[in-house]
Design a binder for this molecule. Sequence first.
Ligand code: PEP
Ligand code: MN
Length: 337
Amino acid sequence: MIIILKDTATPEQIGELRDAMTARGLVVQDIIGEEKHMMGLAGDTSSVSDEGLERYNFVDRVVKVSEPYKLSGRHFHPEDTTVNVPGGVSVGAGNFAVIAGPCSIESEEQILSIARDVKRSGATMLRGGAFKPRSSPYSFQGLGLDGLDLLKIAREKTGLPIVTELMSNEYLAEFERDVDVIQIGARNMQNFSLLREVGELGKPVLLKRGPSSTIEELLMAADYILVGGKSSVILCERGIRTFETATRNTLDVSAVPVLKKKSHLPVLVDPSHGTGYWDLVYPMALASVAAGADGLIIEVHDRPEFALCDGQQSITPVLFDQLMRSIRAVRGAVKEN
Ligand code: PEP
Ligand code: MN
């Protein structure tokens, strides 16, 4: 952290600030330029707020040097992290994951049929919402714990690990016991108490980027989960809100290389929610692979026109199969170069 002082700062004021910072255990280094007097602070500056320092009327501004996230950042952890999912699936550090399945679990027949199809095409995990975060309280809210039971049946029949969203702390125990990867949805990315609680479960967590969140905020949210030292995190870009209305969200493909540069955690992309249209899923999935994503999460429905949720952005098992072939081709081409 660097404090830039105003020209009007007196030696007494500078001395007062230096004493206050030293008293907090920080090492203070004066940097005296031709025009400006600055103070460099080294040590644990987490208890020093820039807003607090800017209240000194002789402080011009404060510049933060280190990132506000530590555990998810590459600085202290340069190697890529591999997240191990129960059932023998790994994500990250060269392990590519494809999570596929319906937006919501609707019936045993539906989830089993889709699970078998996506498995045959090469999906590595099965998704399906049991608790759905719907914008309208009148829309289908998911089958709840009954849905989770159906997802478990699909895991048993196909061997695919299951990924599903936890919306509140009410069902922490059930998710800890039954779910292989706990999804924290975009709307809950900054539900800090929920993040801390899933961080205690010792499970892989798929953390989706909030629709209005910056990359820095996503990484700070990941730190909330990692701070417990038990759970692991997979990041997911799923589109952000912009002025554009031609798509449901604007898929920030550049978030992939940016996140890979800043963080050691695996990065997945959700081109289904990221675009909102089934015919955009295929090109944006391939763009994400080319951009270096460690995997994808894709909504697949056997009868999208009858889906209870997000049918407009769901692809059919036939198109998913074609997409999987193209993904393998793009991954091969990326590896060769
Ligand atoms: C989902 O994956 O089902 C979902 C609701 O996604 P998001 O939280 O990204 O909107
Ligand atoms: Mn959905």
